[in-house]
Design a protein around this ligand. Structure first.
Ligand SMILES: NC(=O)C1=CN([C@@H]2O[C@H](COP(=O)(O)OP(=O)(O)OC[C@H]3O[C@@H](n4cnc5c(N)ncnc54)[C@H](O)[C@@H]3O)[C@@H](O)[C@H]2O)C=CC1
Ligand SMILES: C=CC1=C(C)/C(=C/c2[nH]c(/C=C3N=C(/C=C4\NC(=O)C(C)=C4C=C)C(C)=C\3CCC(=O)O)c(CCC(=O)O)c2C)NC1=O
Length: 290
């Protein structure tokens, strides 16, 4: 059994508590036991789970692992504190707001011999699994991924290439290693709107673009237009309802890592992908600022 604590009780943190309290029977998640949660607000009890202080969470012998569900700007500090306290860590994406920090945190985890797991539910949705099947084996000519959504606070969630890392992860998982060729960000502070446009080339030198557009009232949505040698894909393929939600799938993967059931090669490939995406995010930010 691994005692766990959830830190940060927003949308993601609440889902984590729900899923930890209801593990799928006979799944790896049954080896996780929720011991408490940490919040800056005084919440007392939440679904019968006790609120504890950050200090108690860091020091308690009953807590083996922390799930960090705070806003992105806090990830670095929380991940560092729990690793230093000798706890395993699950952190919601993006793991950090710079590639350098991510490297440091990984080094710390290795030095401490602890699991550092980064949630990437965008790869676990039925929507993505169908898209991946559709793209598999096709030769790309050019492509665009266009995301829209409501405004996010850059102070709390970081530069849009980091808060939008899920879109970069899609592109990298579908098309492999990418190189940033240019990027720009337009912003209207008064209207709380922003639009990031980044251009890439694939290893086969094919152009790809990513647009991350945010404004009040914009629906959370992804549009694709991928041109392949064999034809054009202009809509995301229809996806069946998932039997198991993406956060629960991610939680099972974390538990499997704690149980030592995930092959080394898979862990290494994941780490490479995560660092590559953060490196792209960093380069995009650099292009936009210079
Ligand atoms: N909402 C979702 O569907 C998904 C969210 N994520 C990630 O989960 C994280 C949280 O996102 P949301 O839950 O949507 O945001 P949110 O704003 O609803 O929740 C963040 C919570 O963390 C708390 N918090 C911030 N600093 C803290 C600190 N130092 N100590 C304790 N609590 C602190 C905030 O007060 C807030 O309640 C982000 O990293 C996001 O990228 C990832 C995938 C999906
Ligand atoms: C309704 C308001 C709503 C909010 C405020 C919301 C926030 C939200 N959803 C996210 C991702 C995500 N959110 C979801 C799914 C959900 N997340 C949910 O809060 C709910 C209700 C679902 C599911 C049906 C998924 C699958 C991702 C991964 C990225 C993606 O594929 O879009 C993220 C991480 C950053 C990002 O990738 O953009 C945030 C902050 N999602 C929402 O749907």
């Amino acid at each position: 059994m691994f005692g766990v604590v959830v830190v940060g009780i927003g949308i993601a943190g609440s889902v984590r508590i729900r899923d930890l309290l209801n593990p799928l029977p006979s799944s790896p998640s049954e080896s996780l036991k929720l011991q408490g949660f940490v919040s800056r607000r005084d919440l007392g009890e939440c679904h019968g789970v006790r609120q504890i202080s950050l200090q108690e969470a860091l020091q308690s012998n009953e807590i083996d692992a922390a799930l960090i569900c705070t806003d992105n700007q806090n990830h670095e500090q929380s991940v560092r504190s729990f690793l230093e306290a000798g706890k395993h860590v699950l952190v919601e994406y993006p793991m950090a707001l710079s590639e350098q920090t991510a490297q440091e945190l990984w080094q710390l985890a290795e030095q401490k011999g602890k699991v550092l797991h980064v949630e990437h539910i965008e790869l676990l949705t039925e929507e993505f699994k169908q898209l991946k099947k559709e793209v598999d084996g096709k030769e790309l000519v050019e492509g665009v991924l266009h995301f829209t959504g409501g405004p996010v606070d850059e102070q709390k969630f970081g530069f849009p290439s980091f808060s939008g890392i899920a879109r970069l992860t899609w592109l990298v998982d579908l098309f492999g290693h990418l190189t940033v060729t240019s990027a720009r960000k337009e912003e209207n502070e008064k209207e709380k709107s922003s639009k990031l446009t980044a251009h890439f080339t694939t290893a086969e030198n094919r152009p790809l673009s990513w647009i991350e557009e945010r404004a009040p009232g914009l629906k959370r949505e992804k549009k694709v237009r991928f041109t392949f040698k064999s034809g054009i894909l202009e809509t995301l393929p229809p996806a069946p309802r998932a039997a198991v939600g993406p956060f629960m799938q991610d939680q099972n993967l974390f538990a499997q890592k704690l149980l030592g059931q995930v092959p080394k090669e898979m862990l290494a490939a994941e780490k490479r992908r995560i660092l590559h995406c953060l490196d792209l995010a960093e380069k995009i930010k650099h292009y936009c600022q210079h």
